[in-house]
Design a protein around this ligand. Structure first.
Ligand SMILES: [Zn+2]
Length: 457
């Protein structure tokens, strides 16, 4: 008999293992932070003496989902920024000033709210967007949530004003990245710092090379925003004579350690460079739809998938951090745009949330699937809900019927962080109240109007 901590018995397992097995009446045994046995209940249960046995018959179990791009500290802006604004006006008049107007404690509350939103909807690991301003306050605030994540300081260095000293800006950015990676090393702890860049046109080639070298030296990843709109290729073509991915290729920074985010406005040559280099691409479907990026008509994501580019998904900004909704969108976006129902089946969408994202984060050996030896990052989806009945095809229904609101329980690193729809590591009622008060303070301080198409009394 094998002594184990927890046995989940009788669940339907969507394992995401190499064979992509779906196991009905399955069992998962966990000990410490690891999965130790996976299979049919009839085979696993007789071998295990479990300290805790969970009746899994009402659940579909998946690996914890992995959010490839999330702004932890934008959550207090949810619902406030009007959706009709042109991209530049939205960014420069609203998003950035509001964002920079948060105090450190408000950023900490925003980040905890983002973590709560992710855990409660089945995301166990995230790659932050490299846009933390109060970096240390946020790192501290999320350290006890039990979530796994990689975070980065707000990092831009390009001197746009003539009186700015370019080399001083670049040196300061590199020094900050080095300091963060030393203070929060990726040494097995749940929350670690990575050299994550704001990207677009805000980072010089020198910083790109330094950040990439730092990432390779420390064995971590790097990420940056690129080409959500036509502005980025236009700027790079005018300034360098090259498209963004060509420019990055010439710098020597493409590779499996790099994740480029958005990547809607790329051309065929750039897709080929991404594929050859093993560079990961993070698509944020909700941001693309709401921002009118043109992902459906213009995006080459099906071509990237065909070329072997590793694709994953992110939730990006404030509206929702339910990654299952992103899976639904990617599964439908190109079927509609190309009138081709074969594009991005539900299974492909689930791979983006799990194994593809684990690979992009350099964590495929430890997360992304339910397999013995991997970290115990497990999600139980409650099928005793209208959207889950009848249950015919777990993978299809995870993407097309369910969403994160059906997540009943979550383990990260073997620790149960959601139990019966409640987060065990965050005092939810208190955090929600703090978030409302803080958000109102941020908005009031900004002086920006509360716009509504309808009269509000
Ligand atoms: Zn972003």
């Amino acid at each position: 008999m094998m002594q184990v901590d927890t046995l989940i018995a009788g669940a339907t397992l969507v394992t995401m293992d190499a064979q992509r097995r779906v196991i009905t009446d399955g069992a998962i045994a966990m000990t410490g932070d690891r999965i130790v046995a996976v299979g049919k209940r009839s085979e696993i249960e007789p071998q295990c003496a479990a300290r805790e046995r969970i009746d899994g018959r009402r659940f579909v179990a998946t690996p914890g989902f992995i959010n490839g791009h999330v702004h932890l500290t934008e959550t207090l802006l949810k619902g406030f920024i009007p959706e009709h604004l042109p991209f530049d006006e939205g960014l420069h008049r609203w998003v950035i000033p509001l964002y920079q107007g948060h105090t450190p404690s408000e950023q900490a509350i925003a980040a905890r709210l983002a973590v709560l939103s992710m855990l409660r909807t089945g995301t166990t690991t995230f790659l932050e967007a490299g846009t933390l301003i109060a970096f240390d306050a946020v790192a501290e605030a999320i350290s006890d949530t039990g979530m796994r994540g990689r975070i980065g300081r707000w990092t831009m260095d390009r001197a746009f004003a003539p009186d700015q000293d370019q080399s001083a800006l670049t040196d300061a950015a590199i020094a900050a990245l080095e300091r963060d990676l030393s203070a929060h090393p990726d040494d097995g702890r749940l929350i670690a710092a990575w050299p994550l860049l704001v990207g677009h046109n805000t980072n010089t080639g020198e910083l790109w090379r330094a950040a990439s070298a730092l990432a390779r030296d420390k064995g971590v990843g790097i990420a940056a925003h690129m080409a959500p709109a036509q502005d980025d290729p236009d700027w790079y073509l005018a300034s360098t004579g090259k498209r963004p991915v060509e420019w990055l290729a010439d710098l020597g920074v493409l590779g499996p350690h790099l994740s480029l985010v958005h990547m809607v406005h790329v051309d065929d040559a750039e897709v080929a460079l991404l594929a050859q280099s093993g560079t990961n691409v993070v698509h944020c479907p909700a941001a693309a739809l709401k921002g009118g990026y043109g992902a459906g008509p213009r995006g080459l994501f099906p071509e990237m998938a065909d070329a072997g580019v590793n694709l994953l998904l992110g939730t990006d900004g404030a509206d929702t951090h339910d990654l299952m909704r992103a899976a639904t969108t990617i599964a439908g976006l190109f079927k509609d745009a190309r009138r081709d129902t074969a594009l991005f089946p539900a299974e492909a969408a689930l791979e983006m949330l799990t194994v593809n994202a684990a690979r992009a984060m350099g964590l495929l050996d430890s997360i992304g699937s339910i397999e013995p030896g991997k970290k115990a990052d497990i999600v139980l989806h409650d099928t005793d809900r209208p959207e889950w009945r009848p249950l015919h095809h777990p993978a299809a229904q995870l993407v097309w019927s369910a969403d994160g609101r059906g997540v009943h329980s979550v383990w990260v690193d073997g620790r149960r962080v959601v139990d019966d729809y409640r987060c065990t590591t965050i005092e939810e009622d208190r955090l929600l109240a703090e978030a409302q008060v803080s958000a109102e303070a941020v908005v009031a301080r900004s002086g920006l109007p509360r716009l509504s198409a309808w009269p509000v009394s």
